[in-house]
Design a protein around this ligand. Sequence first.
Ligand SMILES: [Zn+2]
Ligand SMILES: [Zn+2]
Length: 398
Amino acid sequence: MKVKFWGTRGSIPTPEPEFMKYGGNTSCVEIRTSAGELIILDAGTGIRRLGLSLLEDPEFRDRGHIFISHYHWDHIQGFPFFTPAFLKSNKFHIYGQFKVDGRLFDVLNGQMANLYFPIRMDGMRSQISFHELIEQEVTIGDTIIRTGHLNHPQGNLGFRIEDPDGIVAYVTDTEHPEEGLDEKVLEIAADADLFIYDAMFTPEEYPNHRGWGHSTWETGVQLAKAAGAKRLALFHHDPKKDDLTIDQIVSLAQIQFPNTFACERDQEIFIHSTTDVSSNATPPTLSSILRTKHRIQSVDKTVTVRPSSFIEHFISESFLSDVCAQISHDIQEVILDFSTLQEIDSLALGTLAQILEKCESAGATLSIVHASDLIRDVLEITRFSQVIQIVDAPGQAV
Ligand SMILES: [Zn+2]
Ligand SMILES: [Zn+2]
């Protein structure tokens, strides 16, 4: 899979020479999937040069999929200059967020109204289909694109591209919550090979820009670490920051997360599958990714299990069988560490009951540590607390 950055600036193009390393154009990222399909993320001014490159590209198959994160100018403004859309032989699918008060066609057509542009969208001769998205998945060949709502004025979508070659997460124009990391972003970025993230502000600038819908490199680092991302790509550069300033930001970020870089103009990243490509590898599913996120440790006669933060994972067959496989007659104690899982439902209680049964038949005790207040209440009401020891931390019964 290839990723190429055609536009990396936020808000407005920066055509000044001292802003050129990190790109003068606004948001546009090209992805060529392992199967050779063309995916374009955002249609900022960078899409103009991408379009010109397609005209000379023998591998361009006369079709492509354009995903628009949201309708702010810096993400749509290049579209009227996307030459391949004017050619009859081409076919494009355009995806954007569903909005009752701003339909995708009207948004793109609106910026080409007579007042602003000489050609209307119906002057584009290619076949164009419009797809309005909520949180869902789109399948293109053997690549899956998942969407997730982000925190930005007028709304925004993040994209997770799962390809047999690897995972790319595209999360731009989003503001992190005050109380911690955005669970939605963690989901999109989980185990990503490349995590592209909004680094518009520095941590020092951010307090004066609360509510603008943008984040910082520092939060990007925290998210990358928590999500298990392999590389962090700082994106949507502030048009006020010249290349030298961005170089300094990268140096700071690399101290905390060495695998950080800032997206440069025309930069290409190649992501190759680490599995045997000849074995017809299937793209990783969300459940297979989540499965890798739980931790099971067996030390002496104690098994400690820390489920992932996703309840869907906790109630899955694979999680239950992974846990039960560790519980044998040699085990005296099983500890469930709920420090990441924050809530449980009736299905989760079913899983808990099966783990308890397995412990009882093996002669092991079951205790729960780091349960949230919500989980404690549920265990109390359902009387699980009478048969499972709920502990604040190992050794401290409450
Ligand atoms: Zn933007
Ligand atoms: Zn925006």
